[in-house]
Design a protein around this ligand. Sequence first.
Ligand SMILES: Nc1nc2c(ncn2[C@@H]2O[C@H](COP(=O)(O)OP(=O)(O)OP(=O)(O)O)[C@@H](O)[C@H]2O)c(=O)[nH]1
Ligand SMILES: Nc1nc2c(ncn2[C@@H]2O[C@H](COP(=O)(O)OP(=O)(O)OP(=O)(O)O)[C@@H](O)[C@H]2O)c(=O)[nH]1
Ligand SMILES: [Mg+2]
Ligand SMILES: [Mg+2]
Lengths: 277, 292
Amino acid sequence: VFSRSGSRGDWLEDLEEVLVTADLGVKTSYDLLGEIKKELDTKPLGPLELKNALRQKIGSMLAVQAPAFAPASAKPFVIMVVGVNGVGKTTSIGKLAARLRGNGCKVMLAAADTFRAAAIEQLQIWADRAGSDFVKHKPDSDPSAVVYDALQAAKARNTDVVIVDTAGRLHTKANLMEELKKVKRIMSRELEGAPHEVLLVLDATTGQNAITQARTFHEALGVTGIILTKLDGTAKGGVIVGIANELQLPVRFIGIGEAPEDLREFDVTLFLEAIFG
Amino acid sequence: NLTDKLSLVFKKVRGHGKLNEKNLQEALRDVRMALLEADVNYKVVKEFTGAVKARATGSEVMESLTPGQQFVKIVHEELIQTMGSKQAELDLKGQNPASLVLIGLQGSGKTTTAAKLAVWLRNTKRNPYLVPADVYRPAAIEQLTRLGEQIQVPVHPSRVDQDPVDICREAREEARAQGRDTLIIDTAGRLHIDEELMDELRRIREAIQPSEILMIADAMTGQDAVNVASRFNELLDIDGVILTKLDGDARGGAALSIRAVTGKPIKFVGVGEKTNALEPFHPDRMANRILG
Ligand SMILES: Nc1nc2c(ncn2[C@@H]2O[C@H](COP(=O)(O)OP(=O)(O)OP(=O)(O)O)[C@@H](O)[C@H]2O)c(=O)[nH]1
Ligand SMILES: Nc1nc2c(ncn2[C@@H]2O[C@H](COP(=O)(O)OP(=O)(O)OP(=O)(O)O)[C@@H](O)[C@H]2O)c(=O)[nH]1
Ligand SMILES: [Mg+2]
Ligand SMILES: [Mg+2]
């Protein structure tokens, strides 16, 4: 993309294509390119320097100032996992459970998706894989009741980390968002400080709607971090740049596959590498 | 929204009557921005605005007394033209039992859509048989089995230790024996770049010669929609697309991208989590939604 000697207009257009096709969105891309153009007015930058300047800007946008992910800071440490349908919540919880168990934590999974067909069975299999405790009720029961029981059990059993799986729901459904707020309220009522982490799961293949999702879930619950899944595909997940800039939400983990070990901590350098090649 | 923005651009025109190069450029830029914000693919947007510009520089707009209206009309027409102007149907003739194979990325809504299609087909007096062919995802077979119980449609008793190709063959035999006329086969979510799993789909197709291969795509998919759709289409020659989760507020530009790169019709849209939430695709409604 930069190997030919084009005009600076060409380079900027090429960079625009790189950013937009990585799902950074027009607004974020134009803002970034606008800043780059200003620098061009003060010094003659070649295409490689332009690219690096852009990389640096995006990198600093992603370096969000937020408290670290610290599961040892409370006991039981409660993680609530939320997001729209099909993004990878249940699978990510399974992976996280495996990782925490690997770090010597006693983990409990709470099956608070009481709605979707076989959601409880799906999480049960992940709990078995990771050797986690498992709390469930019957399908169609109240998710708040599941969470209540899980927290009582966690306190009694000396559990280190509780991870709560919730049903996927579109952020546009007010009653479902209310249900989630209620689940969170029950948690804080039963355990001071809970939930200690509210993780929003975003699918890397999602376009600009991811920003609306982040805004809505954040407004409703106070999201503390993001898990960006399916980065093993060809999508770049650039939506997190605008989200970091606007909402200051850190990406805690990324999903790079469907197996228990396919969870990584977010690495800005690798992320930028995938976008800029 | 775009119509408002365009009317602002063309308001300036009314004073001078005809369109000039500058307001045409501005209008094209507004269209481009609206489509990109709606997640239409970058290259698809370029081709689309190119097509609009070609028509807009002709006498149709330039000589018109209401160039603004003409321009908006062209944008709408071009969009509906690309989306497919008529309603596409399922082609289930010629085979007994007929079979639909649902394919797509992880989490796009295949299993749920399989159940929805069963309800849809039963409402058209067909006799569907659901076939769980996902042996990888934890509790995938249970999920479709549960849905089948909810809607009272029989579900093939697949097992996780089976090969999906064998499942499909056995299910077809079973459907014939039971007098079911339509198989709805739910496959595992997979990446378009996973050669082994893409080959599995090719083997399924070879084994049962499906009436339709339907790609299930999430309406909130971004720029990657073109990569995914073109690869699935290239390897399997899909018959149509079902766009899911349109009950959200994603603009759905992926619909335009997918149609533009595959040339295949979007046949249905998923508009909710319940098994009755399936509707036929309306290109004009989708065009309005994308334009914002
Ligand atoms: N390739 C890939 N697939 C993933 C990843 N994370 C999850 N998946 C797959 O995405 C699909 C959906 O995952 P789930 O965990 O069921 O998603 P969910 O958000 O819990 O879905 P709902 O509860 O129905 O809203 C499954 O097929 C997972 O295996 C990932 O990082 N990479
Ligand atoms: N709101 C809404 N949710 C949907 C729609 N279609 C499917 N879903 C939900 O999306 C999630 C994923 O659906 P699945 O049917 O499990 O998706 P899948 O493609 O079979 O997933 P994998 O088998 O893991 O690839 C579930 O929570 C469904 O209830 C839709 O049209 N609208
Ligand atoms: Mg789930
Ligand atoms: Mg499925």
